[in-house]
Design a binder for this molecule. Sequence first.
Ligand code: TEU
Ligand code: CA
Length: 538
Amino acid sequence: MDKWWEKAIIYEIYMPSYYDSNGDGIGDFKGLTEKLDYLKELGINALWITPFYKSPKVDNGYDIEDFYSIDSDYGTLEDFKIFVDEVHKRGIKLIIDMILNHTSNKHPWFIESKVSLENSKRDWYIWKNGFNNLPPNNWESFFGGSAWEYDSKTKQYYYHAFSKEQVDLNWSNPKVKDAMFDVIKFWLDLGVDGLRLDVINFLKVNNEFKNNPIDKDGKQIHQYDKDQEGILNIIEEINNLTKKYGDIFLLGEVGSEDLGTLMSYVGENLLDAVFNFNLGSILEFDPERIYEELKKMYCNYNNKIFTLFFGNHDISRFISRFSNGYYDEEKAKLVATLILTAKGIPFIYYGEEIGMRDYYPQSVNDIRDIQAKIKYYDTLREGKSEQDALKIANKVNRDKARTPMQWNNNLNCGFSSGKPWIKITEKYRHINVEEQRRDEKSIFNYYKKIISLRNGNLVFQIGECTDLILINDIISFQRNLNNEKYLILLNFSDKLSNYFFPELKKAEFVLSSIRDKIVLDEKIELLPFEAVIVKLPY
Ligand code: TEU
Ligand code: CA
């Protein structure tokens, strides 16, 4: 009990897009360090940064060439150490991305592995013979196409769950495990506080390499390429090796929307938390869906810790996802209130605090995301036009939510003095930090308020969440701890909605996402998409 992450508000930073200190158009550690006071002002208390290791960046660093060095685009090991120091000086915790499942095809291990069937690194990866000029089985890559790539020199196929430049390590080989555990120790020795374990449930694959089943719509069910026997033992060992470093937060990315599967990875000797994609993957602004997902979490798994997020670097920004052209800002504040007052660990994806929108490349040359590039060329190969291919590729394009942080109205939105590595979002005059700081009613200033409310009241961090109800499009719940009780009301409707509750009469107004003050009575009339927090008599 009493682990730091139970009380934390975590802010995710997409490494290349936060702040560029040297004008090469790519965010870096020196830039990040410069922005720590901003993050302190916002009030977050933990940071998760995406991969920064030496990488050809086919998948923006999720393809690692050297686990022990910093990519020169991001700086040096010295810059990293200074960054860690400065983070800690401000009382902030640091979580780094750890990619144990695969390496870049440029990693020296793989270069050796490819040399011959007898090479000492051959069984560090997953090599198989094909059948009749076909891959070993039907497994599909998560980025599209077969998960097997033929190597003409040694006449075998190697396995890659993602792009062919991201080669899966063979975790059945104890040498791989030892080597990767050394990597973990190296970074923990440098003082990081937590690990975000990328696709951690993918490490083991079925050892008979059975074909995956196909559902009735012809879609592959990923049954044998993840969640396989032995994976929990590996996680237990990881947990064990982190013990001597104190309270290291193990946060797993388990690519599953099935809550039962997700939660089976969380436990005393396993992971501390996993990402609950059941919320993050909600596409419509639908109170029923959101309510059902919250209920499932709280009713069935109340003894576990949840994560609360609607955005990350792999999905569309929720403000764009949920937009129909009206009330965008109100909706953003409503979602912020939900994430920051419900029970669980809230995650803020950079730019959410100012309401940054999605971006859609207008030409294939502007696409940066590997998944979108694969989709584009696959679609062309199917005979579709370039225009259609772009449209289809943009659907899965993760560039959407990866554009530079919008600091101000100056050149390149204050992100860089040089040409950014990815285009910036169309300039919305008010969607930048500087403007919003000045505007008392901005999304930014609302985030600051609600974050400080959470940080200042233990009840929002660890209090029980009870009385979750959906009525008149209003999701409501209570948080309580010791002698304190709060009621949170979230109106998911574009209309006025009434909420009756006798105790309201004796309640104390705390915060509204729209109004400065509300006089409370037995009935409260919520404005469209308004969030209201009151303190109930105990
Ligand atoms: O994502 C894993 C994952 O499940 C994604 O591939 C997801 O299915 C996809 O992005 C949806 O469009 C992690 C990282 O978060 C992602 O950025 C990496 O590309 C991936 O692992 C491979 O390392
Ligand atoms: Ca730079």
